[in-house]
Design a protein around this ligand. Structure first.
Ligand code: 26W
Length: 811
């Protein structure tokens, strides 16, 4: 799609914004003002498209998906929108004419970090893909005033700082006060009988919170479709209680307002650990209630009835956090529109679908029933009825198996199990990689799959690849375009055309030059932020992701300590120089994760101090890993560390971004690594470690003892000794304890020690392969060429066909 804007048009539009909003001209405007003006111009262009080709307009005829998620991680938007609109050139020229610089504006934009990691970024990749595929859909979430914390490293420790992103980030938001909704908390229920002899429940004495929509427009690449991400902000209908104020009770006078506003104040930074906090419950109901009310109102306005709601709306539940949508839709249908239970349930179950993103037991949400009942009395009464009916169905399905019935119940032992509710009410349930979908079907939800086998499916995750290739790595993207034409930007499978050059020395050399340029760019960033000079010819060995024991950053550190010990023992040891790059945020309350960060940072200092070591191995811990930082790291990586214990990482998406940028994976047979392996073949990946079955077997025997390895494997005993006293003044006793103390799977819960030898061998193969530049070049090229299947465009088409039943306007 072509939009005809010349650079003169764009500079005139920017000047117009500067005059109207800031009373300035480009000559005397600040950089912030120019940034804002450029955003407003882009926003206007998107708004125009939105008014003709959007979720709002076309939902009159087309079915659309509502993607409910507690988290979205859009990162920055200016570059992405300008790229998607194909307006890079006119903007570049216009900014030049105005005495500015487009790259500089890009760098000023703060990340919208309204998510923790994989789950939130996936949601944003999918919105991008929905628009790019010419489909209609809307994301719905919370407009957190503070996003994921900014991480600083001080003396090797993580320090969390608030992320005040709205300051400049607000430029993208369109506030729609007229579409605000009321959300009710607490209160009491009374039964009354109407004149037709029907019982009705009246909800009274509740507290009202107002939800105000702040919409972000989501452009698509070349499709002309613009969708929206609706972020709800909370406020109170009462700004100040005048009576209390008059009595001199100033703080109390504003209490209600504060209580309301705190709901959308800050994103919970726990990922994969459910804390069962009441504020989190309020956040969930707040955005779900506002979203479901808006959707039903909109539908009613167009069609006059909610009978066939599911023919126009697919509601998708992104992990269990938005599960209350099931209950809220039941409430609206029955209480506000007088549907009978069976009819309401029929509509709900035809509307909702659910994706599971983790099998970690500590991440599966459970709410204490009493807490839930107090905060959401009406939803609780609906929930109890769902549970009662579902228990009847369970009795029919498993009459003789009480254990099975108990494990599948929605309410059990005073706890509400959100995942069970999701599975019971959704028409389709999916996992996020082939392996993970198998695990949820066969293990996590095995009872459900016995009862309703057809409900389960897989959609392997995908990434907004144009962001990580065309925008983040323009040199590589430009080179691919030279070789294969521009088709890959629309159809990622066209990347396979690169395979024709697998043996072409000149092409491989050119790819290596591009990689080196990107490594130099990252080296500059490292110098500025960490004060460490890195060698661009060393292997850039990258592990970037949230810090979790299951992701095994510790295994990576074990390998580094082993290399250190080896060089210490034999200073003449020939080794391939490596720069180990880490980026990882730890949840604020996750003690062991923070210890692992400290180990990485202190080890980094220790290596740097030693001239025999520092030219060969180095650790760089980059602080504040984020979408923007990943856009700089991915293009510079040689080796991609995907080393979770098999069966723990649902999919991973960083693995896909790194592969797309030509990094070769060292990994376990876990999550989407399995599919990467299938795509590139065994000669283009370094596999190691136990398989899911082997892990299961070892766990099942209950005999695993890290001590056996400690005694038999000198590398391991030396590593533990190093941890016990190798860094003067530092104590890593708690890490040692976590690996060695406890019985039956307590010690070394994620089998770091059991997988070490295999990992070390794979790492030796990496070094050998890297030394053979021709071989490495071929591996790298194959990884790029085969990354096409991991496009979010493909994932979204699968969701559309298999789950949502939505279509593209381009088909
Ligand atoms: C209740 C606290 C909480 C918060 C977030 C529990 C669980 C989560 C998420 C489900 C964790 C998450 O981000 N999972 C990741 O989802 C990605 C997208 O599907 C996958 O690629 C990752 O493997 C998975 O860890």
């Amino acid at each position: 799609m072509d939009y005809v804007y010349t650079s003169q048009d764009i500079s005139r539009l920017i000047e117009g914004k500067l005059t109207r909003y800031f009373g300035r001209e480009s000559g005397n405007a600040t950089k912030h003002q120019i940034f804002r003006a450029a955003c407003y111009v882009v926003r206007d262009i998107l708004s125009e498209l939105w008014l003709t080709n959007s979720d709002a307009v076309c939902s009159q005829t087309e079915k659309q998906v509502i993607y409910l998620s507690m988290e979205f991680l859009p990162g920055t938007s200016l570059r992405n929108n300008i790229f998607n609109l194909g307006l890079e050139e006119p903007f570049q020229e216009a900014l030049g004419e105005l005495g500015g610089n487009l790259e500089e504006l890009y760098r000023m934009e703060p990340d919208a970090g309204l998510g923790n990691g994989g789950l939130g970024r996936l949601a944003s990749c999918y919105l991008d893909a929905i628009s790019s595929q010419g489909m209609f859909g809307q994301g719905m979430s919370i407009c957190y005033e503070y996003g994921i914390f900014k991480q600083q490293i001080k003396d090797g420790r993580q320090v969390e700082q608030p992320d005040d992103w709205l300051d400049l980030g607000e430029s993208w938001l369109i506030t729609k006060e007229d579409e605000a909704e009321e959300v009710h908390f607490g209160g009491k229920l009374t039964e009354v009988w109407d004149d037709k002899g029907r019982m009705k429940l009246i909800h009274s004495d509740y507290t009202t919170v107002i939800a105000i929509p702040r919409d972000m427009l989501i452009s698509g690449y070349g499709s002309g479709v613009v969708n929206t991400l609706r972020l709800w902000q909370s406020t109170s209908p009462i700004s100040i209680d005048m009576e209390l104020f008059a009595k001199g009770e100033y703080l109390k006078a504003m209490e209600e307002k504060h209580q309301a506003e705190i709901i959308s104040k800050i994103l919970y930074p726990e990922d994969a650990h459910d804390e069962g906090k009441i504020l989190r419950m309020k956040q969930q109901y707040f955005f779900i209630s506002a979203s479901m009310q808006t959707l039903t109102k909109r539908h009613l306005c167009t069609y006059g009835s909610l009978d066939r709601f599911y023919e126009k709306i697919a509601v998708h539940i992104n992990d269990t956090h938005p599960t209350m949508a099931i209950l809220e839709l039941m409430r609206i249908l029955m209480d506000d529109h007088e549907y009978e239970w069976d009819d309401a349930w029929n509509i709900v179950t035809k509307t909702v679908s659910y994706t599971n993103h983790t099998v970690m037991p500590e991440a599966l949400e459970q709410w204490p029933e009493a807490l839930f009942a107090g905060l959401l009395p009406r939803l609780h009464s609906i929930l109890k009825e769902i549970n009662r009916r579902f228990n009847d169905a369970l009795h029919d399905a498993f009459p003789a198996n009480e254990m099975r019935r108990n494990e599948m119940a929605v309410i059990f032992n005073g706890k509400i199990r959100m995942a069970n509710l999701c599975v019971a009410a959704s028409h389709t349930v999916n996992g996020v990689s082939a392996l993970h979908s198998g695990i949820i079907k066969e293990k996590l939800f095995s009872g459900f799959s016995e009862m309703t086998p057809g409900k389960f499916t897989n959609v392997t995750n995908g990434i907004a690849y144009r962001r990580w290739l065309c925008q983040a790595n323009p040199k590589l993207s430009g080179f691919i375009e030279e070789l294969c034409g521009p088709g890959f930007k629309r159809d990622s499978r066209e990347l396979e055309k690169l395979l024709a050059y697998k043996e072409d020395r000149i092409v491989l050399e050119q790819l290596a030059v591009i990689k080196r340029d990107n490594k130099l760019r990252l080296a500059e960033k490292i110098k500025n932020s960490n004060g460490i000079i890195v060698n661009p010819d060393s292997i850039f060995d990258v592990q970037v992701k949230r810090l979790h024991e299951y992701k095994r950053q510790l295994l990576n550190l074990f390998h580094i300590i082993d290399l250190y010990n080896q060089i210490k023992e034999n200073p003449n040891l020939e080794i391939q120089p490596r720069t180990f790059i880490f980026g990882a945020k730890a949840a604020a309350g996750y003690y062991m994760a923070k210890q692992i960060i400290r180990l990485a940072c202190k080890l980094s200092e220790q290596l740097e101090k030693d001239p025999v070591i520092r030219d060969r191995i180095k650790i760089v811990f980059l602080e504040n890993y984020s979408v923007s930082l990943s856009e700089m790291i991915m293009p510079a990586a040689d080796l991609s560390e995907q080393i979770s214990l098999a069966g723990t990482e649902a999919s991973g998406t960083g693995n896909m971004k790194l592969m797309l940028n030509g990094a070769v994976t060292i990994g376990t047979m876990d999550g989407a690594n399995v599919e990467i392996y299938n795509a590139v073949g065994k000669e283009n990946i370094f596999l190691f470690g136990m398989s899911v079955e082997e892990v299961e077997k070892l766990k099942g025997q209950g005999l695993y003892s890290p001590w056996g390895f400690y005694q038999d494997n000198r590398s391991i005993s030396e590593i533990i000794k190093f941890l016990a006293g190798g860094i003067p003044g530092e104590n890593f006793g708690d890490i040692i304890n976590s690996l060695t103390t406890g019985y039956n799977g307590e010690a070394d819960h994620y089998f770091v020690i059991a997988d070490f030898e295999s990992y070390k061998n794979a790492q030796q193969e990496v070094s050998a392969a890297y030394r053979d530049t021709q071989r490495w070049g071929g591996m790298s090229l194959t990884n790029i060429a085969k990354a096409g299947v991991f496009s979010a465009d493909r994932s979204v088409r699968e969701y559309a066909d298999k789950i949502w039943g939505i279509k593209s306007i381009n088909d």
